[in-house]
Design a protein around this ligand. Structure first.
Ligand SMILES: [Zn+2]
Length: 457
């Protein structure tokens, strides 16, 4: 087992997709030394096989050194610190009354930063634009690609299927290629995207997506299978659905800077499309089952953090429903590190809830639409969330801070562009709407150094 780069302030971005890979690697006598992939690489082998995560993973992770460069620096004596130049760690500005207060903001340990965006809901116009463009979907979100890639891990909700050659009934038909033909590749009410979208997501720095949402079955059960196969082909980790006839885990594992995060997605419903094979993990049914999964995951010694990504709530409501709040509280109590919601197509607030074992749980109820054609201002206004985690030596990770970049979908003619509002001098009304909910102090200027740590004594 080779030592992995970890926790440093300048280490390479290095997520490792490990869905079922370690059990396989151990069975094959492999030491699991593949650690990081360079940005835009698709050459990570381990996401293709779905298998249960075994307890033996803890053996692999325990083989790693516990202390990283940051903990070493923090452990230096006061005299040593006095002699050293000031550390170059960028720190977040002082909080305001909208900034979540986190009890472990200043805890020492290894750190990672996670970027999260909301719904990829690619309506007709966006698909037509992308399929006709030489750079495909970068034509839509290329303007924020660097903001995603600078985090250690990036997440989005993939709202729709990527099922080549399937019509709305899930029947195999001739695939038209990158063409919005309304038969294979289609928009509301049943979304299906050309699988080249997934290559673009990987090249944009995305490491993990939710596939549990109300459009998961838009190409029937066969579409779930095809989407999972397409995701596995590009080595993009996914959570919340599974192929027919498989009993693999619902969660995905990512690894960056030596920290393993389990991702668990669920859907409140599937637009009344039947799910005869139980391929979509539900948020509320059976009652308590999701919370039980969280408890099992966080109890796993090899897992440092659990992030739940529920697709829930009422569309277009800027406040979470009571059911969302209650489930968030139960997920926090079960040990979730963070809960990152989507589905309402508008932003819903964040808050800190008391979690398990004295840790806080950061909840953001809805991230809004990342990319869509929904013309109303609240539906075009969203954010890129940066979540900072710290893992103290020998303990579970906890959230140390959050920042965000206000985003906006600009429409020019029939073209759509995801933009960082502050980068392009974007619409003041969109920015005001977002900042009113999340505060000014947590805004990260798009060209500022990425910093989620607060200034600590
Ligand atoms: Zn939805």
């Amino acid at each position: 087992m080779q030592a992995r780069p970890r926790g440093g302030v300048s280490g390479a971005r290095g997520p490792q997709l490990r869905r079922g890979w370690l059990a396989l690697a151990i069975a094959a006598g492999c030491s699991g030394s593949v650690d990081s992939r360079p940005p835009n690489s698709t050459a990570v082998p381990e996401a293709t096989v779905i298998a249960a995560v075994s307890v033996s993973e803890s053996t692999v992770i325990a083989a790693e050194p516990v202390s990283g460069p940051e903990t070493t620096a923090i452990a230096a004596t006061r005299e040593q610190v006095a002699e050293l130049p000031a550390p170059a760690l960028p720190v977040a500005p002082p909080p305001d009354d909208r900034t979540p207060r986190l009890r472990d903001a200043c805890v020492a340990g290894d750190t990672i930063t996670i970027a999260a965006v909301g719904d990829l809901l690619l309506h007709e116009e966006l698909q037509i634009q992308a399929y006709a463009a030489p750079d495909n979907f970068f034509a839509v979100w290329g303007g924020v690609r660097d903001l995603l890639a600078q985090a250690d891990l990036s997440y989005a909700n993939l709202e729709g299927t990527t099922a080549a050659g399937l019509d709305r009934k899930g029947q195999a038909v001739r695939d038209p290629g990158r063409v919005f033909d309304r038969r294979v590749y289609s928009s509301y009410p049943r979304f299906n995207y050309h699988p080249s979208l997934l290559d673009d997501l990987v090249a944009s720095g995305f490491d993990v997506v939710s596939t549990a949402n109300n459009h998961a079955l838009d190409r029937e059960p066969a579409g779930v299978d095809a989407t999972i196969a397409a995701l596995d082909r590009v080595k993009l980790a996914h959570t919340g659905t599974r192929a027919r006839g498989t009993q693999g885990p619902w969660h995905a594992l990512t690894r960056a800077r030596g920290i393993t995060v389990a991702w668990l997605a669920c859907a409140e419903h599937t637009n009344q499309i039947p799910d005869p094979e139980g391929q979509v993990l539900r948020c509320y049914e059976p009652e308590g089952a999701l919370e039980q999964q969280v408890r099992a995951l966080i109890a796993e010694p090899s897992i440092d953090a659990v992030i739940v990504t529920p697709h829930w709530g009422k569309e277009y409501k800027p406040e979470p429903a009571r059911a969302q709040r209650e489930l968030a509280a139960r997920l926090a109590a079960a040990g979730a590190t963070a809960v990152i919601g989507s589905h309402p197509h508008v932003l819903q607030p964040w808050e800190v809830l008391p979690g398990a074992a004295g840790r806080d749980t950061l909840v953001i109820y809805s991230l809004g639409n990342f990319a869509s054609h929904q013309p109303e201002l609240p539906r075009r206004s969203s954010l890129l969330l940066y979540l900072g985690l710290t893992r103290p030596p020998g303990q579970k990770a906890r959230v140390h801070g959050v920042r965000y970049v206000p985003l906006h979908v600009r429409q020019t003619g029939l073209q759509f562009f995801v933009e960082a509002v502050d980068r392009v001098g974007g619409p003041a009304d969109s920015r005001a709407l977002t900042v009113a909910m999340f505060g000014e102090a947590a805004v990260l200027a798009p060209d500022a150094p990425l910093a989620t740590r607060p200034a600590c004594p």
